[in-house]
Write a protein that binds this ligand. Structure first.
Ligand code: ADP
Ligand code: ZN
Length: 216
């Protein structure tokens, strides 16, 4: 599980970890954006909250996650959780869904506020595969994704007002779950400052140090 402020790099690093280990990347934000783009009722409801920078109601989020992580489902090989849980209630629900011993590690990706503000203001994202770019490091051709050829755009919630609101919600609701995982001995704090490759290396060290429960 990756925890951290908006703009800490959770999405980028979760995608890299998932690819490296050949496991799923479970991002509630990506799921809601996809549902909203398709236009499902739940997706459109979620979008009303997302665009304001508020959390989507727990009921809706937990339903989606529970369906995705159901035992015996396709995620039996493991997964990287990104953007869930975001409050204590969701953390407790996660324990219910995957069991108390289901989680290997909760990594808090630490980045100071001034840096995330700059990253979010300049962030551009591929509409199709969600790859993250920055105005200072755009795709090589004309805002066309280097990976999939999709359009690279600014997210609807990367406005100044929504960014302020999301960071406020993070402090109020998500910071308390850092202690929840610390108390369970699952928390590791890693600096998310610097080049993506360096952050990835730090994360790999943490993951490699996890005692492997399923080694053959
Ligand atoms: P960020 O962390 O930059 O806000 P995400 O893509 O993770 O980006 O989430 C975007 C939005 O999706 C959030 O602001 C929120 O409205 C909604 N969302 C995602 N995950 C959750 C969650 N676990 N609980 C409630 N809302 C969520
Ligand atoms: Zn793409």
């Amino acid at each position: 599980m990756l925890l951290g402020k908006q703009g800490a790099g959770k999405g980028t690093q979760a995608a890299r970890l998932a690819e490296h280990f050949g496991i799923a990347h479970v991002s509630t934000g990506d799921m809601f954006r996809t549902m909203a783009a398709i236009g499902t009722a739940h997706g459109l409801e979620a979008k009303r909250y997302m665009d304001e920078g508020d959390l989507v109601p727990d009921e809706l989020v937990i339903g989606v996650v529970e369906e995705c992580l159901a035992p015996g489902g396709p995620l039996g090989d493991g997964f990287v959780l990104d953007g869930f849980p975001r409050n204590l209630h969701q953390a407790q629900e996660l324990d219910r869904v995957i069991g108390d011993h289901g989680l290997d590690v909760a990594i808090d990706l630490e980045v100071p506020r001034a840096i995330v503000l700059d990253r979010l203001a300049g962030r551009r994202v591929c509409e199709n595969c969600q790859r993250v770019y920055h105005v200072n490091m755009p795709p090589s051709v004309n805002w066309t994704c280097d990976t999939c050829g999709g359009h690279v755009v600014q997210r609807d919630d990367d406005t100044e007002e929504a960014i302020d609101r999301r960071l406020e919600v993070y402090e109020e609701q998500t910071v308390p779950i850092i202690d929840y995982y610390r108390e369970r001995g699952l928390l590791v704090q890693v600096s998310g400052v610097g080049e993506g490759d360096d952050v990835f290396e730090r994360l790999m060290k943490v993951v490699d140090a996890i005692p492997c429960r399923t080694k053959s």
